[in-house]
Design a protein around this ligand. Structure first.
Ligand code: DC
Length: 220
């Protein structure tokens, strides 16, 4: 007999800190971790590499169907996925229903059958608590003020040697937020039973500690 794995959904907009929180939670609990944004980034980058337009639904669906789940882990570490062009392309392909459908099964399977015999899975994204795993044991929706998120992303890009201004980062982020939150399919929003975690005034360590507290309350 197998026991059901524990599923932790960490959703939120870009640069709220959700990725760091989710990754650290997975390490802390010894659970499997899936960065679902990387799937959309991989699809967006594949379309760009093929010379296509990420907003073209057909090109985006083709790239999503060609994504090989067994090579996903290697893809996640591709630095090309972290470039601003990848963020924009990902946000565009993510608005295409056929792309979301193509990526659905892999994500659901990962949550229900975490790899390497792990007892649970942490998935971070936009629609984990609402669409991928509405049955998740814990749902955290991470928020932060947009200026703070833009500042964090600016520092991150600058640290990688990118030539960007903070104003441009904020403008790109505002555009992407609007697309991610207003799209017809699986818009970014908290599940009714999600706990909101606002990281605006928290350090990374403080945000992680709060997330641990939320998890412990739910699964202990
Ligand atoms: O979390 P991220 O910035 O890596 O996500 C990249 C894009 O992918 C983002 O603009 C929205 C989209 N995305 C999504 O629609 N659903 C998810 N579960 C994860 C990401």
């Amino acid at each position: 007999m197998t026991t059901n794995p524990i599923i932790i959904a960490v959703d939120g907009l870009a640069a709220t800190g959700k990725g760091t929180i989710a990754r650290r939670l997975a390490a802390h609990l010894d659970f499997a971790y899936l960065d679902t944004g990387a799937l959309y980034r991989a699809v967006g980058v594949a379309v760009l590499k093929a010379g296509g337009d990420p907003a073209d639904a057909q090109a985006a669906q083709k790239a999503a169907l060609a994504l090989n789940p067994s090579s996903v882990q290697a893809l996640m570490d591709d630095p090309a996925l972290r470039m601003p062009a990848a963020s924009e392309a990902a946000s565009k392909v993510a608005a295409v229903q056929d792309v979301r459908d193509a990526l659905l099964k892999f994500q659901k399977d990962f949550a229900v059958h975490p790899p390497a015999g792990k007892k649970g899975a942490v998935l971070d994204g936009r629609d984990i608590g609402t669409v991928i795993s509405p049955q998740a044991n814990v749902k955290i929706f991470v928020e932060a003020a947009s200026e703070i998120r833009a500042h964090r992303r600016f520092l991150e890009l600058q640290g990688r040697g990118e030539n960007v201004t903070e104003a441009a980062v904020l403008a790109d982020m505002t555009e992407r937020d609007a697309r991610d939150a207003s799209r017809a399919t699986a818009p970014t929003k908290p599940a009714d039973d999600a706990v909101i975690l606002d990281t605006s005034d928290l350090s990374a360590d403080q945000a992680f500690e709060k997330a641990v507290g939320i998890v412990e309350k739910k699964i202990k």
